[in-house]
Design a protein around this ligand. Structure first.
Ligand code: AMP
Length: 253
């Protein structure tokens, strides 16, 4: 059973290697909220050899950010294509907006007019060595965006995606030297973004932890507190009134 009490439109902010892709994936599965990742959209453009992909490829490999107006157009067209610009929708964004200018454009041009403003912005705080370790051990399946970690979440067959069996690859920007650049870019662009959301009502929420499990437990509690309810199924589960621990949501799009 799933039931959503209020629409949840969320953004996850976190430095490279902070595990925001993993957190997004867990939220999507548990709460049945659809999501998009700007990095995944760009990697698909690169794979398909589009004009945007050609531009993105060199910028991404240098650890730099794409221009704000281009990124806003790319993501806005995806939001429109999915009919997500409506107050009753729930969704998760990963990687966009990444700068204050992107957030301002997104709010002014798309979310504001549609009365579909973001209602939770999560800032992930992870120690630097944990992030470095994560990017060194990360493999991705580009067509789906599925992410594996050689230590915590290895593929069943080495080097192959669990679902399709297709080859996995290491991201060219997952290199310690490029990581340093990406981290600096992230800090420079995200601090103003965090400030922006601090001044946008009660949407910003920060969470700290070393592992994805520690962070996810807190994140899950916060999402339930703001948008949902924990459903106690103990009345009819035959376990003598024990808490079943199951969380249930409805996506009422
Ligand atoms: P990610 O998978 O989120 O780490 O994104 C990979 C790369 O894509 C980033 O390092 C940037 O070069 C580019 N990128 C993704 N999202 C954005 C964005 N919102 N603005 C600018 N560049 C982006």
């Amino acid at each position: 059973m799933s039931r959503l009490l209020r629409p949840a439109r969320m953004l996850l902010l976190g430095p490279p290697g902070s595990g925001k892709g993993t957190q997004t994936e867990r939220l999507r599965k548990q709460f049945e909220i659809p999501g998009i990742s700007s990095g995944d959209i760009l990697r698909r453009h690169i794979k398909d050899g589009t004009e945007i992909g050609q531009l993105a490829s060199s910028i991404i490999n240098q650890g730099k950010l794409l221009p704000d107006d281009l990124m806003t157009k790319v993501v806005a067209s995806e939001l429109r294509r999915r009919h997500w610009l409506s107050p009753s929708t729930s969704w998760l964004l990963d990687g966009f907006p990444r700068t204050q200018a992107q957030a301002e454009m997104l709010d002014a041009q798309e979310l504001g007019p549609a009365n579909a403003g973001m209602n939770l912005v999560v800032e992930l705080q992870v120690p630097e060595d944990a992030m470095l370790d994560r990017i060194a051990n990360r493999l991705v399946h580009v067509p789906s965006g599925r992410v594996y970690n050689l230590t915590y979440n290895p593929p069943k067959v080495p080097g192959r995606d669990d679902v399709t069996g297709e080859p996995l690859s290491q991201r060219p920007d997952d290199d310690p030297a490029v990581f340093r650049k990406r981290l600096n870019e992230y800090r420079a662009s995200t601090e103003p973004l965090v400030e922006y959301y601090k001044n946008s009502g009660d949407v910003l929420w920060s969470v700290a932890g070393e592992t994805s499990d520690v962070i996810y437990a807190q994140l899950e509690r916060e999402v339930v507190r703001r948008f949902g309810e924990s459903v106690d199924e103990s009345a009819d589960n035959g376990f003598g009134g024990c808490w079943s621990g199951r969380l249930a949501f409805v996506n009422n799009n």
